[in-house]
Ligand binder design. Structure first.
Ligand SMILES: [Zn+2]
Length: 189
């Protein structure tokens, strides 16, 4: 393991520690159930909140109850955010981002690094929960490390891990500001 990978592992270990200082409460789970319209199996914590306190994205364990592998560790739940990403996808932003990846070597490197962050975060969670990662080893989310296949997953990573980790999640957030902003509550719309 090189030094950079060690740094990523440590950062994600620390981030998870901070998030797990407040594990999901019954109230959190009820709110997310309302957002998704289904029970959020394997939800460990709220990873990011709207200014109003409602969940934006949740942290889900790598192995759901019943032994179902679940790679989308950072999962977008807030309906306003979900809709904003769906609008970007419908407007061809994924194709645009894929084109950017194809043309920009530095962006590719940052995106690959975001993938490593994702895996390190999940690994820290797997250690904590005792979940096996064998069925999702090396698999992150959203099409990483080389493609863009789901903006919802990329935005969820940006919201949970903060800016500067996933360049395309950050960019998706920037593009969505008129519709969704974690600092502007539009939950009641
Ligand atoms: Zn809100």
């Amino acid at each position: 393991m090189n030094e950079s990978a060690q740094t990523i592992e440590q950062e994600m270990h620390d981030l998870l520690d901070r998030i797990m200082q407040e594990p999901a409460t019954e109230h959190d789970i009820e709110e997310v159930q309302g957002q998704l319209g289904r029970y959020p199996r394997g939800m460990e914590a709220v990873g990011a909140r709207c200014v109003c306190g409602r969940p934006l994205a949740v942290v889900t364990r790598p192995l759901l109850p019943g032994g179902v592998p679940f790679p989308t560790t950072c999962y977008l739940t807030n309906p306003v955010a979900v809709k904003a990403m769906s609008h970007l996808e419908a407007n061809g932003v994924m194709a645009e981002f894929n084109q950017m990846l194809a043309e920009d070597e530095e962006l590719r490197a940052q995106y690959e690094r975001a993938h490593q962050y994702y895996l390190a975060f999940r690994h820290a969670l797997a250690e904590r929960t005792g979940d096996s990662e064998e069925h999702i080893e090396g698999i992150s989310a959203g099409g990483m490390p080389v493609r863009v296949k789901c903006l919802h997953a990329l935005l969820a990573q940006t919201l949970v891990m903060g800016p500067g980790i996933n360049p395309l999640g950050d960019l998706a957030l920037e593009r969505a500001r008129d519709e969704f902003d974690p600092k502007v509550c539009r939950c009641e719309q």
